[in-house]
Design a protein around this ligand. Structure first.
Ligand code: PAF
Length: 275
């Protein structure tokens, strides 16, 4: 496995593999089984696999955890090598945001609701960096976890709107044995907080059984109450939405997704599930 950290090295690597299909897993590092499952899927679908590791400053608001976000390049590289990833693209901040950088990729509408309502600058940071990564790596297919479900929908929209020739593939959420969705931010949770966090998945599963379209608002309210009763300190949203547009449900035949963001102490967790 090779670690690439200049555009010239990436371009040379890319030229060497110009006739092959390239699977790409963009990450911010601090890799867990969820990230590795993206690489495994990329391996199964493509001739070669590249993962990127870049903690992207523009998707964090000033009060968020950019400075404390875990940076574990050496351990990450070992994990990727063990599962047979061919290359890591680890650009510097200067490559991603050179002096005088002035461009933002903005997907309208979908980025202002749910996560976007609470993190207004987040998705512009994500779409801008992913558009850059796609331009640099030029993959055949790119793999994103469904844990960041809204991010996946936004990136699919961007790719379609800009005719970016990359097949964007969503991969199932990887959970621990008790159902907690794996996330690099779980590292911030104490043992007691992990126990609380694990209840979220049970609550969402319960929602499936109690679901009726004409009582969506009531069910959302009940779920919010249940999440607070389970020990979470704050619920930003619990929303049952159209699975691709993320807009409110208008009729029972729509594919639906339930999405939640809630905080324990200072750690904000998100989760979602099909209904
Ligand atoms: O999902 C993530 O880890 C990040 O948002 C991504 C897609 C790597 C962009 O920085």
């Amino acid at each position: 496995m090779i670690i690439l950290n200049t555009c010239a090295a990436l371009n040379d690597w890319r030229e060497t593999h110009s006739l092959k299909s390239i699977g790409f897993a963009p990450t911010m590092g601090a890799l867990h089984e969820g990230h590795l499952s993206l690489c495994e899927r990329a391996k199964a679908d493509n001739d070669i696999v590249i993962a990127s590791i870049f903690v992207n400053p523009t998707q964090f608001a000033p009060h968020e955890d950019f400075d404390s976000y875990p940076r574990t390049l050496e351990a990450d590289a070992k994990k990727l090598e063990q599962i047979g990833v061919d290359a890591i693209w680890a650009p510097t901040p200067e490559i991603m945001y050179p002096e005088g950088f002035k461009t933002t990729v903005h997907v309208d509408g979908m980025t202002q609701i749910l996560e976007g309502a609470f993190r207004p600058t987040h998705f512009d940071g994500v779409t801008t960096v992913v558009a850059k990564l796609f331009g640099q790596v030029r993959p055949t297919r790119a793999y994103f976890g469904e844990k960041d479900y809204q991010q996946l929908q936004v990136i699919q929209r961007m790719t379609k709107d800009l005719n970016i020739n990359v097949d964007v593939i969503g991969c199932p959420i990887v959970r621990d044995a008790q159902g907690l969705a794996l996330s690099s931010r779980n590292a911030y949770l104490s043992d007691a907080e992990i126990e609380i966090a694990r209840r979220l998945n049970q609550i969402l599963k319960g929602a499936k059984e109690r679901f009726e379209v004409d009582s969506i608002t009531q069910l959302e309210k009940e779920l919010k109450r249940a999440i607070l009763d389970a020990g979470f300190d704050k619920v930003d949203y619990v929303a049952i939405r159209n699975a691709s547009s993320l807009m409110p449900i208008e009729n029972a035949s729509e594919a639906m997704r339930i999405l939640v963001a809630a905080t324990i102490n200072k750690t904000r967790l998100i989760d979602n599930m099909p209904l």
